[in-house]
Ligand binder design. Structure first.
Ligand SMILES: Cc1ncc(COP(=O)(O)O)c(C=O)c1O
Length: 373
């Protein structure tokens, strides 16, 4: 049996008539950038995230970048974030000239540890950038409390977490100053290419984000600010407008798959060998962009799965504090022991909505067979 890590074709097939019509509609309109599809997506994304304002952006990375720019974060500033995330989180901090200040993660959630944040604050700290990794909201209650006490801004990197909620039922992106989303094709809501968005409840910030997205221009050819080309195109927005109404059912299917794995691993008697994600906090909503187990002999397990035609991926093999481009920060691997351990143990298993139970069971059986050898 083949179980790919992700197969986008069944989703396309299910929505093909509507998606093809949307693409044609854009072709026929010959309106390609920041048009009616983008406007509709902005309103829908903001509403879905519990925010008043949505700003369509060219990618999740650019959403983070423009959010930092909108908060005037730059040279001499420090932004606290996690070293266990996709590169864009810290890359954008460095790109605006600020210093990424890494702090370790919580070993259960893989998300940034609030206690570690508090210890890293200096007089130069301007913002915290928590990441809602794998689709689970970071401890925003503690993070917002710290931010309030130290007068810091909060940018939520919700690239992997659209529609997730914390234990108070607050949607990802609606808690901090600006929330950033990615619609990269592998995300729960994926475009047909690169796309992203910023959402916020702050009207002034929304206006500034809109301006920065088009080179800080308003009115045409008059530039109050230096922004960039962070525009979102109509084709991507049209695709996302078709897909968004289905997002809840896809995220529910991912949750069902996660629950199936939890039970199947428990039945397989792999305790001590395979650690499934601990139950999410009561009242929260994990949307499982990834289902990551922790496993000893991780690379061997991954190779074994590949041999048996099961896709699995390592998110992430090298923590950001050890990336070559951040050597100037002077970190040692063990500066963040939990992040280091996660890079050695975590393995993402197939979790996409269209998987059936026989495929999920096959993944568990295949891993169990290796440990029985
Ligand atoms: C945590 C995180 N932040 C930022 C990004 C950047 O998003 P994009 O790939 O749309 O630029 C991603 C996407 O891969 C991500 O997973």
């Amino acid at each position: 049996m083949k179980v790919p890590l992700l197969d986008l074709k069944p989703q396309y097939q299910a929505l093909k008539p509507a998606l093809d019509a949307a693409l044609l509609r854009v072709a026929e309109s010959q309106y390609f950038i920041l048009g009616p599809e983008v406007k509709a997506l902005e309103a829908a994304t903001a509403a879905y995230s519990g925010c008043k304002f949505g700003i369509g952006i060219s990618s999740g990375t650019d959403a983070l970048l423009v959010a930092l720019m909108a908060l005037d974060i730059g040279a001499g500033d420090e932004v606290i974030t996690s070293p266990y995330t996709f590169f864009a989180t810290a890359g954008t901090i460095a790109r605006v000239g600020a210093r990424p200040v890494f702090v370790d993660i919580d070993p259960d959630t893989f998300n940034i540890s609030p206690r570690a944040i508090e210890r890293a604050i200096t007089s130069r700290t301007r913002a915290i950038m928590p990441v809602h990794l794998y689709g689970q909201v970071a401890d925003m209650t503690s993070i917002m409390d710290i931010a309030r006490r130290h007068d810091l801004r909060v940018i939520e990197d919700a690239a992997q977490a659209i529609g997730s909620e914390d234990e108070q039922g607050r949607r990802a992106c609606s808690i901090g100053d600006i929330g950033c989303l990615s619609f990269f094709p592998t995300k729960n809501l994926g475009a047909f290419g690169d796309a992203g968005a910023c959402v916020t409840n702050d009207e002034k910030l929304a206006a500034k984000l809109m301006k920065l997205r088009v080179h800080g221009m308003e009115p045409k050819y008059y530039h109050e600010l230096v922004g960039g080309n962070f525009r979102l195109d109509e084709i991507q927005a049209a695709v996302l407008n078709v897909k968004l109404p289905h997002l809840d059912s896809w995220s529910a299917a991912r949750q069902r798959n996660a629950a199936f794995y939890d039970a199947a691993f428990a039945r397989a008697g792999l305790a001590g060998k395979v650690r499934t994600p601990p139950p999410a906090a009561r009242g929260s909503r994990h949307i499982y962009n990834q289902y990551c187990i922790r496993v000893e002999r991780r690379d061997e397990v991954r190779a074994w799965l590949a041999k048996h035609e099961v896709g699995a991926e390592i998110y992430y093999p090298l923590a950001l504090h050890m990336q070559q481009c951040f050597a100037y920060l002077g970190h040692k691997p063990e500066d963040f022991p939990e992040s280091l351990r996660a890079t050695r143990e975590s393995l993402a298993l197939p979790i996409y909505p269209e998987l059936d139970e026989s495929q999920l069971q096959y993944v568990v059986d295949t891993i169990a067979a290796l440990f029985r050898k």
